[in-house]
Ligand binder design. Structure first.
Ligand code: PLP
Length: 375
């Protein structure tokens, strides 16, 4: 037996992989947040949440199936269903809980999950927990995905493709149209995680599926209330039958206390804001900022998402660059390392918000150019 946790930590340290919690300094320039529209700190959302608490109280007091379901939960779920153009929706305490809840509810040991190599940890954990056979396809690789579909179609009870619309570490998009064609051809289902697309991409910020007119063809939509919507919580949208199965089977939904009704009410307010005219103008500003930063940096892909990977390579080089930006330029941009991203692709993950000013973005491009020249 080996219970030497200190040695385990020392080994992480030595490989430049040890992580530490840092209290984030609010006065620093933040290029690390997923608060893409600046809602989390907005007067609008703070006020909405305060008023919701005054009306709805603090906690929910019970799980959803006991006495925890209140009017705001139901209204939010109806609103999400309409927003996602699906029959129904269900909210969870987090996007992570939504991932785990849905995948473990719809597939099991007779089934196959086909996972994009870069899928979020919550999706990987969920697939493992489901007991299904997991096959990983190289990132966005349609040829390999098709071969996997061909080889599993005959034997699996169900095949579920799991991917993201905007990938959380690279900020690129999946080839959704082609994936939808493939899964229809082989009778598979698709789970599309739109965590980083909601509020950011598509009409009213409805995400990539809506942007391509494919919302109908995606069976399972996953999203979070914790990124562009500025709060916390996750959701699944899909058919009425899917949602009813989740209510009956999703353990991360059933065996946990319902999120505070005030949070649900505020999320409904955030969603109305984001999908309306104010949201449109925030998105316009966001896209302008994204373009400015992407154009101001060398060697970053010309995608449209607000996540910009600035690949450095070695783990320690990425750490040093992040530290230099923080110490010398007052910029927070996290180094992302293995195991979050593949070895040798350590990077700064820059995320842009609608509330960054043009000067702040210029400051980042200047600082990176100075730091890279010096290194
Ligand atoms: C953040 C994220 C989640 C989890 O959402 P939380 O609400 O933060 O738990 C799921 N999938 C992806 C792709 C994410 O980036």
């Amino acid at each position: 037996m080996s219970w030497d946790l200190e040695a385990e930590l020392a080994e992480l340290e030595q490989r430049h992989l040890r992580r530490r919690l840092r209290v984030s300094e609010t006065q620093a320039l933040n290029f690390a947040s997923n608060d893409y529209l600046g809602l989390a700190q907005s007067d609008f959302l703070k006020q909405t949440l305060l008023e919701s608490v005054a009306r709805q109280g603090a906690g929910s007091g019970a799980s959803r199936l006991v006495v925890g379901t209140k009017g705001p939960h139901q209204r939010l779920e109806e609103q999400i269903a309409a927003f996602k153009q699906k029959q129904a929706a269900l909210t969870f305490s987090s996007g992570y809980a939504a991932s785990v809840g849905v995948i473990t509810s719809v597939v099991g040991s007779d089934d196959v999950v086909l996972l994009d190599k870069f899928a979020h940890a919550s999706l990987i954990d969920a697939a493992k927990l489901s007991g299904a056979t997991i096959r990983v396809f190289p990132h966005n690789h349609l040829g390999k995905l098709e071969r996997l579909l061909q080889s599993t179609a005959a034997t699996a009870r169900r095949t579920l493709i799991v991917t993201e619309s905007i990938f959380s570490m690279d900020g690129d998009e999946c080839p959704l149209r082609e994936i939808v064609e493939l899964k229809d051809k082989h009778g598979a289902w698709l789970l599309l995680d739109e965590a980083h697309a909601i509020g950011v991409i598509g009409p009213g910020g409805r995400g990539l599926a809506a942007d391509l007119g494919l919302a109908d063809q995606v069976e399972i939509h996953l999203g979070t209330l914790s990124k562009a919507l500025g709060l916390s919580g996750g959701y699944i949208a899909g058919s009425r039958a899917l949602i009813d199965v989740l209510i009956n089977r999703a353990r991360s939904f059933i065996y946990t206390t319902a999120p505070p009704p005030a949070l649900a009410e505020a999320a409904a307010g955030a969603l109305a804001h984001v999908s309306g005219r104010q949201g449109d103008s925030l998105r316009q500003q966001l896209h302008q900022n994204v373009q400015q930063l992407r154009h101001g940096l060398q060697n970053v892909p010309k995608d449209r998402s607000a996540i910009i990977p600035y690949i450095v390579g070695a783990e320690n080089a990425a750490l040093e660059l992040a530290e230099q930006l923080r110490a010398q330029h007052n910029i927070i941009a996290p180094a992302i390392r293995y195991p979050t991203v593949p070895r040798g692709t350590a990077r700064l993950r820059l995320s842009v918000s609608a509330i960054h000013s043009s000067e702040e973005i210029q400051h980042v491009t200047d600082a990176l150019s100075i730091s890279m020249k010096a290194s």
